[in-house]
Write a protein that binds this ligand. Structure first.
Ligand SMILES: Nc1ncnc2c1ncn2[C@@H]1O[C@H](COP(=O)(O)OP(=O)(O)O)[C@@H](O)[C@H]1O
Ligand SMILES: [Mg+2]
Length: 277
């Protein structure tokens, strides 16, 4: 589906040339969930921006569905079926959340459907669907809304840059189910997730480790996962901390949070009625 051939990205940083992405060759096949991981500053977000067309490579070519898209704009790539969720989302001020989801979907979306997308990312749909996207939203809320818009796109290739950022543990578990479900239900689509989270690495079909702008390792989860040592930069402290917290697993109690467990906003409210226009 997506192929990067010898892709490089160089910038002029204070007069000196800096190579952020170095000669990366990789393939994202159809119906696969690929997880890109690796130390901070390794070039992962830059790689995602190159795929989405926000940055243009200074070397190499990018192909999507066999077509060379290297020179295509963000909009053209979006039309071809590439959806991208930023590590730090943009605020589209003054627009309602429901309309943002409708624009993303590019088709009629009922209020109930919009609510389903919001609930998938752990937001209480009733509280958010009719709200304006403005400064009153926290970074985490904005991030979830953006993930909801990517879900609504049903794109051929969905790219998520660190979706875990700003998401509480409970919603995060739901999100993993959403990713799993996406992979299984969207025909011929693929998902590329940039993440440090063990739980996401665990559902990957393939793992790519990016370090110093290069592909350090690439292979199936079975091949790569064991080599990501628990103390390595790829398995961040946050995940190790979560393990020590001994939180009950979702399966153990019918999907309902236990007292003291992080609450999922979506669980506390009903879906919005059909009054939203
Ligand atoms: N446009 C740019 N100009 C200069 N430096 C950049 C630019 N984009 C990214 N970088 C640098 O490139 C490195 C890789 O960044 P990034 O892709 O965000 O890494 P990651 O997502 O793996 O943490 C960082 O050191 C970052 O500061
Ligand atoms: Mg990043």
């Amino acid at each position: 589906m997506l192929e990067l051939k010898n892709v490089s990205f160089q910038v002029d940083a204070e007069g000196a040339e800096k190579e952020i992405v170095r000669d990366i060759t990789l393939t994202v096949p159809e119906r696969k969930l690929i997880v890109v991981t690796g130390p901070n500053g390794g070039g992962k977000s830059t790689l995602a921006r190159l795929i989405a067309g926000i940055e243009k490579p200074t070397g190499g070519r990018i192909f999507f569905g066999g077509e060379d898209i290297t020179e295509k704009s963000v909009t053209e790539r979006a039309r071809m079926g590439i959806a991208y969720a930023f590590q730090q989302p943009v605020r589209f001020k003054g627009i309602r959340v429901v309309d943002l989801i409708r624009i993303a979907a590019g088709k009629t979306v009922t209020a109930a459907e919009a609510c389903d997308y919001l609930s998938s990312v752990g937001l209480c749909a009733r509280d958010y669907v009719d709200r304006e996207v403005n400064a009153s939203l926290s970074g985490g809320e904005l991030k979830r809304i953006e993930i909801a818009t990517v879900l609504a796109r049903h794109a051929k290739l969905s790219v998520f840059d660190e979706p875990e950022a700003g998401i509480d543990l409970w919603s995060f578990r739901n999100l993993i189910d959403v990713f799993r479900n996406m992979r299984e239900t969207i025909a011929d689509s693929s998902i590329l997730v940039i993440s440090h989270q063990e739980r996401i690495l665990n559902i990957a079909d393939e793992i790519i480790v990016i370090k110093d702008g290069r592909v350090e390792k690439q292979g199936t989860r079975e091949e790569i996962y064991p080599s990501l040592g628990a103390d390595s930069a790829e398995a961040p402290a946050c995940d190790r901390l979560l393990k020590t917290m001994d939180l009950p697993s979702r399966e153990a109690h019918d999907g309902k949070p236990k007292p003291g467990e992080p609450q999922n906003d979506a669980g506390k409210c009903e879906k919005a009625g059909k009054t939203v226009n």
